[in-house]
Design a protein around this ligand. Structure first.
Ligand SMILES: *Cc1c(COP(=O)(O)O)cnc(C)c1O
Length: 428
């Protein structure tokens, strides 16, 4: 589908066409593991990557492919690969770029699970991450060394209150000849298109807003197609001969689609972090209403944040959509449609009051999730950010006296009334 259609049209139609066999209008769930080859020559051509087609659902599946095409289209990328979760997408995004001894430079403001994945787990592969405050562009540039292979940040950062100046970070990456990877989970392509601002790759936890209804986990990597993998000798997986494909060079052969093809042909083939067709189906249903939901998420978040900021039981609210935020001006400039629906606030009474608040809410659900149609709350310090040191918690915006809200699309008055009654109990 061409890019001449608007966002609201693409979120419904991109990647989908009436099923060629039956005319089915909705994307069918191709619940199959394997695909019959026309003949032996066809099979050989597929396995040699000389012809694109379906072999086995660990690699590709038509339902999953429709979702990938839709997400790529909404993000303005040339291709996308869907994975089993957001965390899988992050490993899959790094995999073609990294090797033992290589490092990434990551923002300090990240989803707690990502901090753990980058500071602990990737060490098992011989990879490492250096965490830097991405507001300090000089420190970011200074952290890059000969072994750096990528820069990683979130657009609107989880747990909230911080928005990244993607263009400024992309300029630093560009000067260093490195790809910029942006986790766009919290913003979604409706609020932000990182590729337009200079990002090389976009990763998603489709578990969140893209699906939107808390039904399935999934992830995606979108490729801008804009990075020259052969400009240096830093990315041999993409620029030099691949022994597992008879010496095929991905960048030379597939051009702007090199990263996408490598992620399928090597990444999914050998890491196996595949999205299943049922999961893709739920996300395809959810994504049809993405823009409508995001408009309401943002509208409700603004109302709730304003109400909380004026409440004497609240110490402060960190929402980049409030004029009191140090990131308000940046949010207006980089995220003009809204600063998302995820933010934190500090309850007078600290840790104990936060725990009591969480237990007193009736409409809000206390869950380790975000981006649901339902309003959600979590006390990050005792849950998602529990593995982090107190310094890391504070740097990530998850200090013990703050709770994180993911504002849903219910009636804003009901959301506020629930917070009102629970705050009374928590601070009594
Ligand atoms: C949830 C989340 C992830 C991880 O995604 P999963 O689907 O849970 O693996 C990564 N980044 C952000 C910003 C998230 O919110």
């Amino acid at each position: 589908m061409t890019k001449t259609y608007g966002f609201d049209t693409l979120q419904i139609h991109a990647g989908a066409r009436p099923d060629p066999a039956t005319g089915a209008r909705q994307v069918p769930i191709y619940q199959t593991t394997a695909y019959v080859f026309r003949d032996a020559d066809h099979a050989a051509a597929l396995f040699n990557l000389q012809e694109v087609g379906y072999i086995y659902s660990r690699l590709t599946n038509p339902t999953v492919a429709a979702l990938g095409e839709r997400i790529a289209s909404l993000e303005g990328g040339v291709g996308a690969v869907c994975c089993s979760s957001g965390h899988a997408a992050q490993i899959m995004a790094l995999f073609p770029l990294m090797g033992p001894g290589r490092n990434i430079i990551a923002s300090t403001r990240l989803y707690g699970g990502t901090v753990t994945q980058f500071s602990q787990t990737i060490k098992r592969f011989g990879w490492s991450a250096k965490f830097v405050d991405f507001d300090d562009l000089d420190a970011l540039a200074a952290a890059i060394d000969d072994d750096t292979r990528a820069i990683f940040c979130e657009s609107i950062a989880n747990p909230g209150g911080y928005v990244t100046d993607i263009r400024a970070v992309a300029d630093v990456a560009d000067k260093a000849g490195l790809p910029l990877i942006v986790d766009n989970t919290s913003a979604t392509p409706y609020l932000c298109r990182p590729i337009d601002l200079g990002a090389t790759l976009v990763v998603h936890s489709t578990t969140k807003y893209l699906t939107g209804n808390g039904t399935v986990t999934g992830g995606a990597i979108v490729d801008s197609g804009n990075f020259n993998w052969s400009a240096s000798d830093k990315f041999p997986s993409l620029s030099t001969a691949e022994p597992a494909y008879h010496g095929l060079k991905f960048h030379e052969t597939f051009g702007p689609l090199a990263f996408t093809f490598h992620s399928i042909a090597v990444g999914l083939r050998d890491l196996g972090m595949t999205m299943n067709p049922q999961g893709a189906h739920y996300t395809l249903l959810g994504i049809e209403t993405l823009s409508l939901r995001m408009q309401r998420h943002v509208e409700n978040a603004r109302k709730v944040a304003e109400w909380l900021e004026n409440d004497p039981r609240v110490d402060f609210v960190t929402y980049a959509g409030l004029p009191s935020s140090p990131y308000y001006e940046r949010a207006q400039r980089v995220y003009p449609k809204g600063a998302g629906a995820l933010f934190t606030f500090a309850v007078k009474g600290g840790y104990e009051a936060c725990v009591k608040l969480v237990d007193s809410l009736e409409l809000f659900s206390h869950v380790a999730n975000l981006g649901d149609t339902r309003s959600l709350i979590i006390h990050s310090a005792s849950t998602t950010h529990r593995q982090l040191s107190p310094e890391q918690q504070k740097a990530a915006g998850a200090a013990p006296n703050v709770v994180r809200l993911s504002i849903g699309i219910e009636d804003a008055n009901d959301i506020i009334a629930d917070l009102d009654q629970a705050l009374s109990k928590a601070t009594a």
